[in-house]
Design a protein around this ligand. Structure first.
Ligand code: GAR
Length: 193
């Protein structure tokens, strides 16, 4: 079985979209794959309840309990590896990962970022896109490399930036598209794993 481990920090709507796609499109039969675990750095991440309701194993590795990024990433990797992952999926996981962690999962570590990379790496992407006067904005699924919000692009979705858009309205428009492209990118990668 190809185990998918999804990392979240918050609401987990992208994680839920992947879980629902796996059920709807029968990833177990088609790819021999399943979402085996959801791991969060925050015990209060809203998405954990959804995962538990779906009967998916959940783990919390609280970054505040560790003295360094390296120590946190070691514990995080141990939690992930206990589920023998074929693929590790960052879905709104808001911690910067060490080069050692990224190297450990090279080629099987995905991220979704709420901008049309390479534009607007980092935080506050929707506000920055509005301030820059962008006419289009979107989201990117990419392989994770040591450089933040970089790495080979697998999928992108484009949305218009409307007159008088707020960061919140634009974020919601982008998020709807994220829920389409992330499950699709994962499904396209699974046969090769
Ligand atoms: C998503 O918009 C995702 O692209 C973004 O956080 C949101 C998480 O939503 N990720 C980042 O900003 C990563 N730097 P979700 O928890 O509902 O999936």
């Amino acid at each position: 079985m190809k185990n998918i481990v999804i990392l979240i920090s918050g609401g987990g709507s992208n994680m839920a979209a992947i879980v629902r796609a796996a059920q709807r499109d029968n990833w177990r039969e088609r790819f021999g794959a399943r979402v085996a675990a959801v791991v969060s750095n925050r015990a209060d991440a809203g998405g954990l309840a959804f995962a538990r309701e779906q009967g998916i194993a959940t783990e919390v590795v609280d970054h505040k309990a560790f003295p360094s990024r390296e120590a946190f990433d070691e514990a995080l990797a141990a939690a992930i590896d206990s589920h023998q992952p074929a693929l590790v999926v960052l879905a709104g996981f808001m911690r910067i990962l060490t080069p050692g962690f990224v190297a450990r999962y090279q080629g099987r570590l995905l991220n979704i970022h709420p901008s049309l990379l390479p534009a607007f790496p980092g935080l506050h992407t929707h506000q920055r896109a509005i301030e820059a006067g962008c006419k289009f904005h979107g989201a990117t699924v990419h392989q994770v490399t040591a450089e933040l919000d970089y790495g080979p692009i697998l999928e992108q979705a484009v949305v218009p930036v409307l007159p008088h858009d707020t960061p919140e309205a634009l974020a919601a428009r982008v998020l709807t598209q994220e829920h389409q492209i992330y499950p699709r990118a994962v499904a396209e990668l699974l046969p090769a794993l």
